[in-house]
Design a protein around this ligand. Structure first.
Ligand code: GAR
Length: 217
């Protein structure tokens, strides 16, 4: 199978550590891709500065102009986001801590991938992000948690699962200690899923994703 460089658009809202990790793995030759654009939903997100430092093209699409009387116009934001993304001609849109649900305008035009710090469908959806996920895992008394990479659909944290890896919950775990171990897994399986996509090895079949073997394997 020919490996071509896959163009990525990375969407962020916060610290941007997922984006930085991906950029490093690309530079290290682990992922045959290039980050064509980083879009942040917040101008003040620390990830914006990190992306600039890495020499990446960045854009900010704030939610504010799309919010009137406290009501956020999700469809108008999605249309603007889709138009912005189209300029970068991405093969894949990568969610990296992006805190806005994607509308039809984006999902009908682009393939979108997401990473979530739990074993979806457990502890996913609106309100489940960052530490809240790990707090909920500990409160439920679960013995295992993990990380999930999936293609996105219209809801939060749903869509066909690509890769999932278990992380055991240990006695004495706090949201911080759990987050550290789950994050280490995210850092590995998200670039891995993007590599599989870039190599043309992910086949979507309804709610399922089949992973094709490596060429020659
Ligand atoms: C990531 O760890 C990811 O698991 C989580 O946001 C973090 C972003 O951190 N995503 C979700 O919870 C999706 N529902 P970052 O801004 O440092 O990359």
């Amino acid at each position: 199978m020919t490996v071509t460089t896959c163009r990525l658009a990375v969407l962020i809202s916060g610290a941007g550590s997922t984006m930085v990790n991906l950029a490093e793995r690309i530079r290290g030759g682990e992922v045959p891709a290039e980050i064509a654009l980083v879009v942040s939903s917040r101008a003040s997100a620390a990830g914006v500065e990190k992306a600039r430092t890495l020499g990446l093209e960045t854009a900010v699409l704030s939610r504010k102009p799309f919010t009137r009387d406290g009501a956020f116009d999700e469809d108008a934001y999605a249309r603007a986001l889709a138009d912005l993304l189209a300029l970068a001609r991405p093969d894949l849109v990568v969610l990296a801590g992006f805190m806005t649900r994607l509308g039809r305008a984006v999902l009908s035009r682009f393939q979108v991938i997401n990473v979530h710090p739990a074993l979806l469908p457990r502890f996913g959806g609106n309100g489940f992000y960052g530490h809240r996920v790990h707090e909920a895992v500990l409160a439920a008394g679960d013995k295992v948690t993990g990380a999930t990479v999936h293609f996105s659909d219209l809801a939060y944290d749903t869509g066909p699962i690509i890769l999932q890896e278990i992380v055991p919950v240990l006695a004495g775990d706090t949201p911080d200690t759990l987050a550290t171990r789950v994050q280490a897994v995210e850092r590995r399986i998200y670039p891995e899923a993007i590599r599989l996509f870039a190599e043309g090895r992910l086949v979507r079949d309804g709610d399922h994703v089949r992973i094709l073997p490596e060429a020659g394997a």
